[in-house]
Design a protein. Structure first.
Ligand code: 13P
Length: 287
């Protein structure tokens, strides 16, 4: 059964480790992540972006697929199904469809509007026993070839949002989605420290987990980060393994590639990436 992310993140923050959020795009990714979490006895969060939700034909399909896998694969570790960077409307759709957790990304609104919308969603999530992630300070990344550096959050705004009763808070600290540019200045630990001092026990979320050096990840966890999001690294591993398989030319003697065999190396590569991250984040054995 899907669970809210609240309990796993409260435990992670108290135990000084982080739970990984791995984004899913299809059946193979989902299966690989769930099997790895079970094998390593680790809690896990499956992230679904609005685009990935559309690709998989809608949130109801995603809920059906994940619930089916939990049962058929005998998954017993805590699993949360979480909307990643949701719009207000997207959040309502996921609540309706049966997700157990949502992120409302109101970081592009003026803080008053972010507060107002987050407040409404806190009330709904509390009633339904779901977890809610809010965001302050935008997280940069590549969009149309332009790499945004990511805004550093104002710790007082973080406190204002945390005080609304959200489950977890994503705060921009110089992190960006995708690969980090050569001239990246690194994470702002000063900001993270100030945010943690003002928000106390609130589990903090680090987006853009791909390409952050291990020592920075460990330091972020020591300063209150309890959830780390990873997407691009799984994409790179999946694409690389699939490309190598095709280049090796193992098709069915002119009949094309067996789709199950074609996607198997990518699925294995995702398992290896997820394992490496869970070990780094310290969530192994914490289910
Ligand atoms: P990366 O794609 O950089 O791993 O970031 C993932 C993320 O933060 C999803 O919200």
């Amino acid at each position: 059964m899907l669970v809210s992310a609240k309990e796993m993140l409260t435990k992670a923050k108290a135990g000084h480790y982080a739970v990984g959020q791995f984004n899913i795009n299809n059946l193979e990714w989902t299966k690989s992540i769930l099997l790895t979490a079970q094998e390593l006895n680790s809690p896990v969060i499956l992230g679904v972006s609005e685009g990935a939700g559309k690709y998989m034909t809608g949130y109801k399909t995603v809920v059906g697929m994940v619930n089916g896998m939990l049962e058929e694969l005998n998954i017993t570790v805590p699993v949360a199904l979480h909307l990643d960077h949701g719009s207000y409307e997207g959040c309502l759709k996921c609540i309706e469809a049966g997700f157990s957790s949502i992120m409302f990304d109101g970081s592009h609104y003026p803080i008053e509007e972010n507060v107002a919308k987050t407040k409404e969603l806190v009330a709904i999530c509390n009633e339904k026993g779901m977890s809610l992630e809010a965001e302050v300070g935008s997280i940069g990344g590549e969009e149309d070839g332009v790499v945004g550096m990511g805004e550093v959050a104002d710790p007082n705004e973080c406190k204002a949002i945390a005080d609304l009763g959200v489950t977890m808070l994503a705060a921009g600290i110089g992190n960006i989605h995708g690969k980090y540019p050569e001239n990246w200045k690194g994470l702002s630990f000063e900001t993270l420290d100030a945010i943690q001092q003002l928000t106390g026990d609130m589990p903090l979320v680090l987006h853009g987990g791909t390409g952050i050096p291990a020592d920075m990840i460990k330091k972020a966890i020591s300063l209150g980060v309890a959830k780390i999001n990873v997407n691009t690294e799984c994409q790179l591993a999946f694409a690389d393994a699939t490309r190598k398989y095709i280049e090796a030319g193992k098709d069915l003697e002119g009949k094309g590639f067996d789709p199950r065999k074609l996607l198997a190396p990518g699925a294995e590569a995702i398992k290896a990436t997820v394992k490496e991250k869970m070990e780094l984040f310290g969530s192994v054995g914490k289910a």
